[in-house]
Design a protein around this ligand. Sequence first.
Ligand code: ADP
Ligand code: ZN
Length: 741
Amino acid sequence: MLLARVAVPVPLGQAFTYEVPAPLTAGVRRGARVLCSLGARKVLGVVLDVGDREPEIDRARLKPLLAVVDPEPVLPEELLGFLQELARYYIAPVGEVMQLALPAVERSAAKAALELPGLRAVGKLVQVAVATGAEPSKPLRGAAVEVLAELRAAGPTSVAELEQRWPSARGALKRLREAGAVEFEQRGKLPDPFAGEVVPDVAPELTLPQSVAVRGLVRAIEGGERRAFLLEGVTASGKTEVYVRAAERALSLGRGAIVLVPEIALTPQLVARFRARLGSRIAVLHSALGEVERHAMWRSLRSGEVKIAIGARSALFAPVLDLGLICVDEEHDGSFKQEEGVRYHARDMALLRAHRANAVCVLGSATPSVTSVELARTGKLEHLTLPARARANTKLPEVEIVDLRRTGPGPGGERLISVALYRALEDTLARKEQAILFLNRRGFSPSLVCEACGKITECPSCSVALTLHRARAERLVCHYCDYSRPVPDACPNCGEPSLVEEGSGTERIESIVAAAFPGARVARLDRDVAAGAKSARVLDRMRRREIDVLVGTQMVTKGHDLPEVTLVGVLNADAALSLPDFRAAERTFQLIVQVAGRAGRGDAPGRVLIQTRQPEHPAIRLAATHDVTAFLEVELQARHELRYPPFSRLALVRLDAVDEDDARLEAERLAGIARRVEAEGVEVLGPAPAPLARLRGRYRYRFLLRASDRTRLRLVLLGVARAPLDRRVRLAIDVDPVSML
Ligand code: ADP
Ligand code: ZN
């Protein structure tokens, strides 16, 4: 009996076994998609393997596959194998993992094509007719002859276009297909914001450290070696140029490359540099793409027509053929971790995919993660360094620490714009240079507090304060679930009209700076003003010098190369330090060094002011001297003592439910199961309510597993994952968690 194991998109761990009916035998292959029934539904799955063997379940209960979708495997073997290993690593349902690599259109179009064969446009796709090259098997008349001649002369043409010229084109095409002379394809239209003109540029002469790094990478690529590198280069040391050269070499050898960046909308310069040098041979996968464009890119990669993909974390799953190189830029960035669904880390998985594909992997950063540094120390990553800025005569900026406990507030009594910062802004504006002010909080005021009863106005579904947003028509907004309401006149708790605003967000800072410097052009960059492509527009205005002061959240810290920025102010360096997370110091350090790195990239020297109440904290003190090595020393020591990663392996098990008791009881039961699994060296910490105890109306409990090695940790997690669960409770397993909330 021929059986196929199929990954179907359901939240269950394993693949499902189906019987392969005789007529489908030829088409059912590993990597091909098939239509199969799942309960009452019909779903698309990916075949993992086919074999002649005894079924594990009762033959009578075995269902047959219904149809084969792809004549060729939809996923290349290398990618398919990688996805299976990823599923194993994260204890994630293999069918859901497969979905990471299949564009939505590909999923729905394939299903629709099966159900509605014939001349129909599927979704937003365009139906295209293609001449097969075969001679028609019947004698043809009229329009069919002309349409065939047209297709042979002009190449693939959309059905709509043909219909405009021959009113009877549909009928003619039908006959041509029956005669074997024409086939149909679904294609996306190709409008794309990054597809505009390519501005070519000349490759700069490499600096000495750059050429050493490039040589190391190129040798490894030429040798087809599976090697992984940590490229540690200070801000503006020219890491991008190193990636470009490595990708060029891979391409010239006929191999493909993937370049991962934290947020593609915020990295137009990196993309522009790649396009300038490698032209249109690049697929830029970004969030502003429609499904159709995304699909068109996916197909051009899958066919090998395009060999380089650039994008945010999901570009790791691009079907690049003959992969030779993966670059992960700003590898320390938290956005590489997916925090819902399949909780994977694109940086860790980049190492895995490259390894399996015999490809080279480069992790680049000015502030490498503690994890990557430890990998370099133990020889698992080869260390390349770019110790100075690339452009001649540019240096790292001078950094001054402003002790908020000793400095008075500046204009309008605003504590977060100290006198020192106010003076520095004044100087910068007088010199007609630009400034960036960084604050980790969007909105006008982070909370409303009642002076009568002391209560903070909270979100009704989450255990967090509501943030006041003036720019959103004076509303209180929840930053976790996006609930919003008008500002109340009185305290919702005690009814007294004594609500006062507490603290400052980017909106308030923007308005205070604008009021203090009436001649200055002030703008803001955070999630409220800038979703997707809009953030690129703000940065563009900044580059064209239409903005003097840019106030923003993390979005202003990421990789921008703005040569006229000479002043950077970090308004509140302590905010990130106080989070209940063992990586708080690491994140604070990275944030400060990165945002400081935006200053002084051009001809004029840069200056950075860091405002803090903890000037002696290593994360702040050592960020001020750009001393990455010394900070990592301190941090690794602390991690070692506390047995945190990279000196242990962690997994968080989260449970949530509408009813608090349900969540708590299941957390206690599963933690008990975890404790009973015989696995030496695995600790179970908790359960306890999550720091964010309620989210979107659900109570959250969690426990932490800590282990000395991955195999044992996995054993315990499998025990937890396989335990039956109360249906009112949701379980999420987070292997190598990044957010501890
Ligand atoms: P990083 O990614 O390390 O922060 P970038 O790649 O953005 O640095 O480079 C910073 C600046 O240095 C850019 O303006 C870039 O054009 C310039 N640059 C890079 N390499 C060289 C070089 N070899 N010679 C001159 N300028 C360079
Ligand atoms: Zn909420």
